[in-house]
Design a binder for this molecule. Sequence first.
Ligand code: SF4
Length: 433
Amino acid sequence: MSTVIPIQTAAATGCQTAPVLVERGQREVFCGLTGIIWLHRKIQDAFFLVVGSRTCAHLIQSAAGVMIFAEPRFGTAIIDERDLAGLADANEELDRVVQQLLARRPDIKLLFLVGSCPSEVIKLDLSRAAERLSRQYLPDVRVLNYSGSGIETTFTQGEDACLASLLPVLPRSQATVPGAAPAQLLIVGTLADVVEDQMRKLLNDMGIAQVAFFPPRKSRAMPQVGPDTVYLLAQPFLADTARGLDAMGARRLGAPFPLGSEGTTLWLQAAAQAFGVPQARFEEVTAAPRARAEQSLGRHRTALTGKRIFFFPDSQLEIPLARFVQRELGMDLCEVGTPYLHRQHMEPELALLPANTRLSEGQDVEKQLDRCRQDQPDLVVCGLGLANPLEAEGMSTKWAIELVFTPIQGYEQAGDLANLFSRPLARKLKLVA
Ligand code: SF4
């Protein structure tokens, strides 16, 4: 059994004070509409209506691909030339589309109007549209809005914007007596159902009975939030949502993210400490899954130890992933790029990275490509737009988006996560052989 690293000790080391290369140039990123792909699977009675162009529709349709046999839970209300030219009343058209959709789909209980670049260009006020439609369709259907626009965003911000739009409708929980133990633990950020079930079981087995997940699987089961709530971020890209939860009185538990055996242990330990779970009980509950995780990582460590990896900024998962591949798989970090460096949320992660890690925030893509070529890493984690050209130059790549679509959190998924890094290298070896 491996040793649990106390969070307090970890927080005193690492690359927390290392200089960060900040770049503000041309960027290669996907827009926030992409988040619909995993959000529509999670909230089972919600529908995501993108108010956008045919380009937006194509983006989601091709990214989702697999929904051909199911009743989709997303669609696009197309803004056409007449809307763009101001010849049609876009609000009237939107009301008509929503009316048709809800008449045909009584299973929809929560409707998101998702803004896009085109809806922002024609200054379509989707928050007023959502209020108007909510008045019309409540109590059967609640209508909310958020922006998935590609202007100045990265693709995981779509989830942050979606969750932040839900905060005002969450039920409020009671204030607690000062100093009293928290009443409930809220896990914030979309996790695959299978991961959610595993996490709930581990936390329940430790004696933490009140565990809620946000977003929930059903829109009618929104968690209560208030000063009696402590929360753990399950995803590192939820800065606005976290700010909103803080404003509602909830308290964030600082921890590394639940990637790999170590990350999952420290993440669970933050909850255990907040709820006063005895260390012996924690060890008892986590020992077997930790051993399984470490065994599954061992298979990949042989292939990955000493290999050099370069992260382009894309998903905002880069820093936790870098910590995982460096500490648990023995990989060497060339550069760890992140679209945004949210220091408060990343502190426990930065504390675990080597002190000399080259961190970069933002992007100037040509300069970063030059650094990457100079480094000649064994593996590059990047967006789809960069992967093909880099492969053509002989580098092995991993699409960052795949790391968001795949269940990778928790002990039981640690091997699958490692496999996402070892597979491209194994493929290259086969091609060379
Ligand atoms: S929201 Fe903007 S960036 Fe995203 S697909 Fe639509 S037009 Fe493109």
